[in-house]
Ligand binder design. Structure first.
Ligand SMILES: [Zn+2]
Length: 887
């Protein structure tokens, strides 16, 4: 999963899957967590559904071949919001009478018990269940998306499924836990003129009369239930064959199929690359990526095996609307979901405790594959930003270890956070660097080979890599995954005889328990790569694993970087004179070290570990001709500092600094895209326009006004990669007339992507009256799955308003948010609040929630208290620094 877009031809593909169905002959071992009794296991599901898209219901039959291991008076499966009409058990041998079963639903446990009048003897059976279910309007289970038809503008409806985390049970009674792998054969009755899709190609399609057809899909390989997929609608499909013979398809709402070509070409090259990396050929005959015209507060894409689902904006390249950053995200999202086809789908975590391995690995692999195909985007530099996102959560006492035990569905939903994704990626990057690229890959290959079509646990991966030639890796991995928090490495240096003697001490970095972390820090084995700066070019880096403290010798007396290449998950607190040398050398350091040093030091200043001035000095030392990705981050950090200042002289002074340092770069890039320019330049231009625009730079504001004014007479006036950038500036500063224009553009466009973009912008207005109007509009639900995004958008400039409104209309707002995303929705709403009164409000909310829903609110409280405590200090530090550095 990736966290936060013509007449239908029947999909008929040549060839059929030849998959060996390895069957498992034993009950689930006690070592694997399960909420189901261990008396039975599914082998094969035949599921047939008949959706009624207009009534938002469906009828289903499930025929489940299963093995019963012990005499049992009942079989328990998962079911959620399903109504079971009848259930019967047939001996698989065909001999003996069917056993009638009573039905005992347990909605709280999301289970259904099928109770037999006499004990069921061990053996193989077929369980037939006739049931009905509901079609949701948020992305849980089988769900509907309503959107404008690109050709006619008329509202149409398509159906899709989303089963992770455990929502397969909303589609059919299932053993809906990842360790219960089985094969699936899905069939469905759909309108004859629609395209139906699932994990596998269609085996046959039979006319059903009355304008319907019965579509039968080929059996899937053995897989977990959360990976099953189904969709039906009026779609276009563009397809090609990858070099490995697998058919690649991108499926989009009818009329927008051509927008799928960029994604299709990307997928076609990624798939053979992964074949090679993982050492296993992709086992399905086709891989589709299906666009969903809508959005979720929980995810942007899902790795269903052979049938990835991705919201429009993260999949389709619409030249009128897609920004350069979005184009890059389309690529990276596919790299992520395609990595899951092996890591997650072919080999699956035994239980949700290890979801981090799925997501951390796919995030890491996404960056690695993107770097392979697009080194000119410098994707490895983004790892510094990912590490920072993880540390943003990990530096508070409300954090959690990467590996955490989970029981309830709610806990599982909450696990899709930046610890799981970004800390996961950061730790894996560090471990790959420790093992070496080749050793790491051969460990991965043997892990995949050993567990394919089955389940595994985190430790089995560490053991595989350690066995491939990385002694000591498991111990380091345990330190970083089983305990929460961030190591802090203090560095001091003295220079004698042309050598730097370095003293390193490991402590712990924390924002809200600094005293405790100082007296009783966690202990980590920290892999270090210590590099002498450019003055000692050619000197090999010193590799060591820091335990407690260490003394090292580095050649030369120039600057020293403790976290060379920035792959270590820790912060470095340099002695002042070391920092001064680094600042002087800044323009000559590697881009990744420039970025890492700046991020580290801004965070260390923000948390009070060192004064602000050295961090601001480092930021200002990033040269105006820096690598475009470094420049983009630098400008973004300045923008964040600008936000924390209160209106007044300091704010103006900071804007002046930024103009002095970075306006020339924007002038060199120009206000308009240039043919053939590097993507990273386009990204930098968008960032410069956004940040300088926010700071009220006259030239940018004038451009924004002029461009937006043209929209009234020509809705396509802003079309192109900078459209959302210009619109964002206009929407933030919108007048009532501008707001009205945006709302008319939303209603008037035939593009689902453009419509949701316009709707979201309604919430961006700083003017509280307009923000209030946007909230009222969101509540009508007219914006469909974008409704909740409007509220989130309001929270950018008006967090208290968005929060109070949500609390006042809680039941109605919660209907607009998918179940899985609810717990993190509140946290996001208050992410930019600096209102002390909000602490009490959040504490009251937390107290009102069940224990397993409290953590995200606790995290929001920690972050808010931190802003309340540290922003005033940062304001003082910035004031002093700005006074000493007149622009
Ligand atoms: Zn994922």
């Amino acid at each position: 999963m990736r966290s936060v877009l013509s007449a239908a031809a029947a999909l008929l593909l040549a060839g059929s899957a030849s998959i060996a169905f390895a069957q498992t002959g034993a009950p689930l071992p006690a070592s694997v967590t399960s909420n189901l009794p261990r008396n039975a296991r599914p082998l094969h599901y035949r599921i047939d559904v008949r959706p009624d898209a207009q009534k938002l219901t469906f009828a289903g039959t499930a025929s489940i071949t299963l093995e019963v291991y012990e005499p049992s008076d009942a079989l328990t499966l998962n079911a959620n919001e399903l109504t079971v009409a009848s259930a019967k058990l047939f001996p698989a041998s065909g001999k003996g009478a069917p056993i009638a079963l009573g039905v005992k639903p347990d909605s709280k446990a999301e289970q259904v018990r099928f109770v037999a009048a006499r004990p069921i003897r061990p053996g193989r059976y077929r369980l037939d269940v006739v049931y009905s279910g509901k079609i949701n309007t948020q992305a849980n289970g089988l769900f509907a998306l309503d959107y404008p038809d690109e050709r006619t503008g008329k509202t149409v409806r398509s159906l899709f499924t989303q089963f992770e985390a455990p929502d397969g049970r909303r589609f059919a009674p299932e053993f809906d836990e990842p360790a219960y792998k089985a094969t699936f054969e899905l069939s469905a009755v759909v309108p004859a003129n629609q395209m139906a899709l699932s994990n596998t190609p269609i085996a046959r399609s039979v006319p059903e009369g009355a304008g319907f057809k019965h579509v039968y899909f080929q059996p899937t390989p053995k897989m977990s239930s959360y990976l099953l997929f189904f969709a039906t609608g009026d779609f276009d499909r563009v397809a090609t064959k990858a070099a490995n013979g697998v058919e690649i398809g991108v499926v989009a709402p009818a009329g927008s199929g051509e927008q799928g070509r960029y994604a299709m070409d990307s997928l076609a090259s990624l798939l053979p690359y992964y074949d090679e990396y993982f050492g296993q050929k992709f086992p399905l005959p086709k891989l589709d990526n299906i666009a969903g015209p809508g959005q979720s507060q929980f995810f942007s894409a899902m790795e269903n095996w052979g049938a990835i689902f991705t919201f429009n904006r993260a999949l389709l390249n619409d030249p009128a609307n897609t920004s350069a950053a979005r184009l890059q995200a389309i690529y990276e999202t596919q790299a992520h979901e395609t990595a899951h086809q092996w890591f997650g789908d072919m080999v699956t975590m035994a239980w949700w405790d290890d979801i981090w391995l799925n997501e951390g690995f796919a995030s890491w692999m996404e960056t690695k594959a993107t770097d392979h195909f697009h080194p000119e985007w410098f994707p490895l530099l983004d790892r510094v930003g990912g590490r920072e996102a993880a540390m943003g959560l990990d530096s508070f006492k409300t954090t959690h270890p990467v590996v955490q035990h989970m029981r309830s569905v709610e806990e599982i939903n909450q696990a899709f956070d930046s610890i799981t994704y970004q800390k996961g990626e950061a730790v894996i990057s560090m471990l790959e660097a420790f093992a070496g690229e080749d050793t790491w890959r051969s460990g991965i290959r043997s892990y995949i080979a050993a567990h394919k079509y089955a389940n595994a646990r985190t430790d089995e991966l560490w053991q595989a890599v350690e066995a491939a030639g990385a002694p000591g890796l498991t111990a380091i991995a345990h330190d970083f995954t089983t305990q929460p928090g961030i190591p802090l490495v203090r560095a001091e240096a003295t220079c004698t005889g042309g050598q730097t003697a370095l003293t390193l001490t490991q402590g712990e970095f924390s924002r809200d328990r600094k005293d405790e972390a100082a007296t009783n820090p966690g202990h980590w084995r920290v892999p270090l790569l210590v590099e002498a700066g450019p003055e000692s070019a050619g000197a090999p880096p010193v590799r060591t694993v820091l335990q407690g403290s260490a003394s090292l010798s580095v050649p030369g007396c120039g600057p020293v970087i403790v976290n060379g290449g920035q792959l270590g998950y820790f912060r470095t607190l340099y002695a002042p004179e070391m920092l001064q040398k680094l600042q002087a050398a800044m323009p000559r350091l590697k881009p990744i070290d420039q970025l890492g040093l700046v991020r580290d030091n801004v965070a260390l200043a923000g948390a009070g570990y060192q004064p602000g001035a050295p961090a601001f000095d480092l930021l200002a030392a990033i040269p105006g001709d820096a690598n475009p990705v470094v420049a983009q981050s630098t400008v973004n950090i300045w923008g964040g500092l600008y936000d924390l200042l209160q209106a007044g002289k300091d704010k103006a002074a900071l804007a002046g600094q930024l103009r002095r340092l970075w306006l020339p770069r924007l002038q060199a890039l120009g206000f308009d895209p240039r043919a053939g320019e590097p993507l990273v330049d386009a990204n930098l231009r968008a960032e410069l326009i956004a940040t300088l625009g926010k700071m009220g730079d006259a030239s940018v504001v004038e451009q924004a006004r002029g461009r937006f004014a043209k929209l009234a007479s020509d809705p396509h006036a802003l079309d192109g990669p900078l459209k959302t950038t210009w619109l964002n500036i206009a929407a933030k500063n919108a007048s009532a007339a501008d707001w009205q224009l945006l709302s008319e553009l939303a209603a008037g466009t035939k593009s689902a992507t453009a419509r949701s973009t316009y709707y979201e912008l309604l919430g961006a207005a700083k003017d509280p009256a307009l923000a209030r109007k946007a909230l009222d509009f969101a509540l009508t639900g007219k914006a469909g799955t974008t409704s909740a995004a409007i509220i989130t958008s309001v929270s950018g400039s008006n967090p208290e308003l968005a929060y109070d409104f949500t609390m006042a209309h809680r039941a109605e707002v919660e209907k607009l948010v998918d179940d899985s995303g609810r717990s993190s929705f509140y946290r996001r709403l208050v992410g930019s609040s600096v209102d002390p009164a909000m602490v009490g409000k959040l504490e009251a909310l937390r107290a009102s929630l069940p224990a397993d829903q409290q953590r995200p609110i606790g995290q929001a409280i920690s972050a808010l208290k931190d802003r309340l405590e540290n922003y005033p200090k940062m304001r003082v530090a910035l004031h002093d620094w700005l006074a000493a550095h007149p622009a």
